[in-house]
Write a protein that binds this ligand. Structure first.
Ligand code: GTP
Ligand code: SPV
Ligand code: MN
Length: 603
């Protein structure tokens, strides 16, 4: 069989950043003995290294150069068509007992899993180069910051990690030479990119991740979902902080008052877009800035508030639907220095995707490399095609993004993709009710993971695929955290995706979501009205700033803000069944919240 990742022979001075920490060296040596690479490439994250690796990736056909005058330093990668999304059924949490992984995770026993994986990795890098990628997650100086090393045989992974993390010598420097210094051990091999031998395995007790058989982002950029969510959530529970699937944004009103909010929406449900929101014309004096677009690490500080940092250094964002009209900030960010995966290619070497501004090209090449025209049955770009772009490219990057103290969170927002039932926005009564709202939230599935799309499933706190331990303990951890917060964020739920009977989105979304954000921060400042409903506080039309919102009629607004008791009796039933299905670890307090809400409907 062809070697899909042939070894490269770097010139002197490239790939020579060998660390000094003996524990790192010993572990790399073990993996070397197991996988038998032709050579080892010690990454340093430098420009020279990146130029060299891009050249090699182009030579091997791993990257395609995009039109450099239109998109400087932009490249296209096509993954194997069998390998385009996260694979939840092959993502394992390997804790000593099944109970630690809990009812929502796929569990496997650590010893057996190590030996199965070691079997697959045996000699897996023969004829290949083994890259050692040192990286830091989180602002250096934050005591939440984490160091990881990822071993991989994929140049694409190295190039992506350079965008998504602070990669390079900084990691080794921060780690130091202490033999017991803590770092995450990540091993990745493409093997032969065979879905039958694709496993993403987490060993929280060992701070170790092993991923085989995939080359797709969420499965192989081990810094991201694997470390910053699954392993980090496990550590956070033990150490009293939170690792969450949340964007973090700053919002400043014309008076100069600034709030930060964090929001958990499931995959492909609008985090990146919300984090980079561009205020509509009418809100000219308002500013939204980005701390992070996918992951938040949060801890309680002296003032009893929750503070958040973004562990990542770049955005791995959904491409389809991104346009200058919906998100000009993202479009500007991906004009340069961006790695595209599985988008279409135009004949003049530009990237193209469904939902981009303007007309589709008359002809081009689809994400699989096949000729494409607008008459083609299949989409030109894969629905889960992605960009990886450094956060420095974001025109509205928040100035506090590197602050090791993090930013204080005024509000937490949960949200999902729901065609019905869920109003545009509501506010939970208090923290405990908010935890119930997050724990029972649901969303229609998207192309971000393999499997059916558009099916409503419960996705607690948008963490269903990412919580590295028992979900009952996770809910309890949220409740305990609330008791420790003397100044807790208020908790809200939003739904940008409610549809009319004709199946059209009722709410224009994107920049217009600022109207909802404005109400949310006014609630935090105790100066916005609302109607009390059984599910929580919902703004009346007069509580929202709706000036110059042409396309939403009063009837649409009524539907958007309505709580339909028939829909809700089904919803509550689903929420209760879900909590019950999770077994004995689910805190009683959540059932009490269910009873409270159910009774409010019966009054
Ligand atoms: P992950 O990176 O998978 O975690 O996704 P995400 O939560 O960051 O979602 P993202 O912002 O990339 O949006 C996913 C899709 O939803 C894109 O196709 C967007 O165009 C679309 N979308 C985002 N915000 C809105 C909105 O307010 N309304 C509507 N109708 N669509 C939206
Ligand atoms: C998600 O699916 O939530 C993502 C994309 O952010 S991935 O990194 O592939 O998981
Ligand atoms: Mn995500």
């Amino acid at each position: 069989m062809d070697n899909i990742a042939p070894a490269i022979s770097p010139p002197n001075g490239i790939g020579a950043n060998k660390p000094t920490n003996q524990a790192v060296l010993d572990w790399v040596h073990e993996v070397e003995l197991l996988t038998k690479p032709q050579n080892i490439f010690w990454c340093d994250g430098s420009e020279d290294e990146n130029r060299y690796l891009v050249r090699e990736a182009l030579r091997q056909g791993i990257l395609i150069q995009l039109n450099q005058s239109r998109r400087p330093n932009c490249y296209l990668h096509r993954s194997n068509p069998n390998d385009v999304a996260r694979v939840e059924q092959f993502t394992l949490i390997c804790t000593p007992t099944k109970e630690e992984a809990g009812p929502t995770n796929h569990w496997a026993a650590p010893a057996e899993t190590y030996s199965k994986l070691h079997g697959m990795l045996k000699g897996a890098m023969q004829g290949r180069t083994m890259f050692v990628v040192p990286y830091v997650m989180g602002p250096p100086g934050s005591h939440l910051a984490k160091i990881g090393y990822e071993i991989t045989d994929s140049i694409y992974v190295v190039l992506s990690m350079r965008i998504m993390t602070q990669m390079g010598a900084l990691a080794s420097r921060l780690l130091g030479d202490q033999a017991d210094a803590e770092f995450n051990r990540g091993v990745h091999s493409l093997l032969d990119v065979n879905p039958e031998r694709r496993w993403i395995c987490h060993f929280p007790q060992d701070n170790t991740i092993i991923s085989v058989g995939s080359g797709y982002g969420g499965n192989v950029l081990l810094s991201k979902k694997c470390l910053a969510l699954r392993i980090a959530s496990y550590l956070a529970k033990q150490q009293g902080w939170l690792a969450e699937h949340m964007l973090i944004l700053g919002v400043e009103s014309p008076t100069g008052k600034k709030h930060y909010v964090a929001a958990a929406f499931p995959s492909a449900c609008g985090k990146t877009n919300f984090a980079m929101l561009i205020p509509p014309k009418y809100f000219a004096g308002w500013k939204v800035t980005t701390i992070g677009d996918d992951i938040a690490w949060m801890e309680i500080r002296e003032d009893g508030r929750l503070y958040a940092v973004n562990p990542e250094n770049g955005y791995f964002g959904v491409v389809p639907g991104t346009s200058y009209s919906s998100n000009a900030n993202a479009m500007r960010a991906i004009e340069h220095d961006t790695l595209f995966t599985n988008v279409a290619l135009t004949n003049d070497g530009d990237a193209w995707w469904e939902g981009k501004d303007g007309l589709p090209p008359d002809e081009g090449t689809d994400w699989c490399g096949r000729p494409w025209t607008p008459a083609s049955k299949e989409k030109a770009a894969h629905p889960n095609s992605r960009f990886a772009t450094p956060m420095q490219n974001n025109p509205v990057l928040d100035p506090q993004v590197d602050d090791p103290r993090g930013v204080p969170i005024s509000a937490i927002i949960f949200g999902g993709r729901r065609s019905n039932t869920m109003p545009l926005v509501f506010q939970a009564d208090d923290w405990t009710h908010g935890v119930f709202v997050g724990a029972t939230m649901a969303s229609e599935t998207t192309a971000a993971a393999t499997g059916a799309v558009g099916q409503v499933r419960r996705d607690p706190m948008a963490m269903l695929p990412f919580c590295g331990y028992n979900i009952g303990d996770y809910f309890e951890h949220w409740l305990v955290t609330g008791r420790r917060l003397t100044n807790p964020p208020l908790i809200f739920h939003v739904n940008w995706f409610r549809k009319s009977a004709e199946g059209k989105f009722l709410w224009p979304g994107f920049g217009q979501n600022l109207r909802i954000l404005k109400w949310i921060i006014e609630r935090c400042e105790d100066r916005a009205g609302a109607a009390e409903t059984p599910i929580g506080a919902i703004p009346r039309p007069e509580d929202l700033d709706l000036a110059e919102l042409g396309e939403v009629t009063p009837e649409m607004l009524r539907d958007l803000l309505s709580v339909n008791s028939e829909e809700w009796s089904k919803e509550l039933e689903g929420q209760r069944e879900f909590l019950e299905s999770l077994g004995p670890k689910i805190p009683k307090a959540l059932f009490a919240q269910y009873e409270k809400v159910a009774q409010r409907f019966n009054r």
